[in-house]
Write a protein that binds this ligand. Structure first.
Ligand code: DQA
Length: 152
């Protein structure tokens, strides 16, 4: 599968930023781990990070125009606020899985609501960097189930 991994604002600071919440592993290390997991599973992965909402929207549209099979997205704080990002995800027929390093449902009240999850197949929250790998497997499983359904 051709997969796009998108990380939003401040995720590049992972490792330095609130390590008690987001862990001590550095962002580059996490991304390298996801790349390795994707390669081992035979996927082609493009890993992108931006602190800008517009850039993330452009990449979501690119996922459609360049025929990606799935998007894994951690929108950071835009999760809780960005209707524009939600619209972008809804605008493309590319399945997306939302990932959060922390369990957003066990944190501040404002983090419990995800605006963007409504435009995703589902959400994985609270598993740390493992969440990105679980998302790879979720996209793959989804594709397998869909293919099987079409066989009938
Ligand atoms: C986050 C959770 C968000 O609430 C927060 O704003 C982030 C990171 C996570 O991965 O746990 O930037 O998306």
């Amino acid at each position: 599968m051709k997969i796009m991994l998108l990380n939003g604002p401040n995720l590049n600071m992972t490792g330095t930023r609130e390590p008690g919440i987001y862990g001590k592993s550095g962002f580059e290390e996490i991304v390298e781990g996801v790349k390795l997991a994707a390669t081992k599973r035979g996927h082609e992965i493009t890993c992108l990070q931006s602190n800008s909402e517009g850039q993330l929207i452009d990449w979501i549209q690119r996922a459609y125009f360049e025929h990606f099979d799935g998007i894994i997205v951690n929108p950071g704080a835009l999760t809780h606020t960005s209707y524009a990002l939600m619209d972008a995800l809804s605008s493309v027929p590319v399945p997306a899985v939302e990932v959060h390093l922390s369990n957003i449902h066990a944190r501040d009240e404002f983090r419990r609501k995800s605006v963007t999850a409504a435009a995703c197949v589902g959400q994985i929250s609270g598993f740390g960097p493992l969440g990105y790998v679980l998302a790879l497997d979720a996209l793959n499983a989804l594709k397998t189930v869909k293919t099987r359904d079409n066989d009938h």
